[in-house]
Design a protein around this ligand. Sequence first.
Ligand code: ADP
Ligand code: MG
Length: 611
Amino acid sequence: MRIRYLPETLINQIAAGEVVERPAAAVKELIENSIDAGASAVSVDLRDGGKTQIVISDNGCGMSAEELVAALDRHATSKLPDDDLLHIDHLGFRGEALASIAAVSRVKIQSRDRESGEAWEITCEAGKKSDIAPSAHPEGTRIEIRDLFFATPARLKFQKTERAEFGAVKDTVTRLAMAYPKVAFKLIHDGAQKLNLSAVLDQQSRLANILGRDFGENAMEIEAEREGVRLSGYAALPTYHRGTAQYQYLFVNGRAVKDRLLHGCIRAAYADVLHRDRHPVVALFIKLPCSEVDVNVHPAKAEVRFRDPQMIRSMIIGALKHAIHEGGFRSASTVGAHTLGAFRTEQNASNSLPLHRRSAAAVPMSHAYQGGQNSYVGNTALQDSAETFYSPQTHFHDALPPQAQSDAHIEENIEAQTFPLGAARAQIHENYIVAQTQEGLVIVDQHAAHERLVYERFKAQIAESGIEKQGLLTPDIVELDESQVHVLMEHAASLSKLGLDIEPFGQDAIAVQSVPSILASRMNTKRLIYNLVDELKDIDESNLLEEHINEILSTMACHGSVRSGRRLNTQEMNALLRDMEDTPLSGQCNHGRPTYVELSLKDIERLFGRR
Ligand code: ADP
Ligand code: MG
């Protein structure tokens, strides 16, 4: 074996593996170049998901003849004039994107230099450049890439389907478009226009165009500033969430990033109000001096390092939590739309009604809540969240009598209707409170709502004087195995602070001596203890129980709340509604499901084809 120097083309092909791993990565690099060139309009035209052809045109400053030749060389860039990696004020700086792309594909670049007014073109195939020639290009730069990865068959094999590649390209264009509202973007795939975003003055309008009205109606504005770091953007109400983190759009100094730290912040901020498997939709923009952040971490520049990650973390979590609390008991407006969707499916399934009129009335409804034409969060994503909202509750029906029973004591209470959650009219299936509001009706999931109220009361008690406990006359004995007893007893002191006093009872049982008084009358001690053991098992010793207090409280609240199946009288129901209005964050249960849904009279009229 001899050590040898690799030829230039091979070096570029190896580098290409990191910089452009798929068509979307090439598109990202090229759009970033267009933005760096000061373009106000960028168009992307793909064939076969970008696998056979990508054409990007811009109206930026263009390149002169010499620049055009140099642009295709590795480590040739116009963007680091002072050799200073601490002052990167362009999206590019590594000077390797064009060289990498050209090493693995067939590239043709046409460009008109704004200064000289001359236009030139050059081609390059698997890293071999042609001579440059005069061109008839009108303005800006057009880069055509054909047969990406034809020169690296190994990589070619790993391409995904056209649909998957196109999806990734669309995601890339969307993210860049969010960060640069003043640039117009067009995306065309196999001749069909997929995105058409005209230039707008502010970020808010661009976000509305991309994420749709739905998001606008269900998002909170985020604004914060600390030590020269500015955070802005929008974050969804806790009830407006998705099954993946794909709809979390994060930007650092105009750069779309997928950063673990930042995603972690969002998770932490919503931990209290959203189940771990659900992800709120957010679009957040962080602006900070370039000396505070290193963007040179990742060849595709998708990750960044902050000089003071702790500060960034606490600022983002703080701002999001503040907004969530301000949101109070507000619950997502789409929840009502989901409900209507559910009505519709049942009708269709039963097939007992003249469908043509009903579906004619119902179909426009479901569209009314989607975003505009450019809405990127499509129908399926919403469907997905609708299903998770409703599926966990279907089991209630199994245990219930088939007939809906209404509360016999409905008292006229006109005044109560002026409250946001209205006047309780009936309880059905022993879990759902139906209330009349001035504008329509509200259906409350009494279990979910009560669980949230109990949880918030726990938190308030802790903040004041600690959780109030009540001793049990005869201790509850819970049988466990030895290791479970051990786990629980390890945390006995902390559990005691949370209102739960336990003692070992023989080798394989514990005696519960006291419970939080809020729960005393309703608690299923055994179930709670089993659940606590499961939760405590996952907490390693280095990790204090105190850090998991909210999870524990949430478990306790769940086991001590009014279960479905308990009859409430009108007074009790109204008391619950007033409690919800007075309690922050009562719009969702501890798992991010809504605690109530609202239907306006208008929606109801639509359901019956009156509108
Ligand atoms: P980088 O963007 O890191 O500098 P690239 O390989 O992406 O590296 O581009 C090399 C150089 O080519 C850029 O520095 C820029 O001067 C020039 N260039 C690339 N694309 C364009 C464009 N669309 N308009 C004008 N100049 C461009
Ligand atoms: Mg570049």
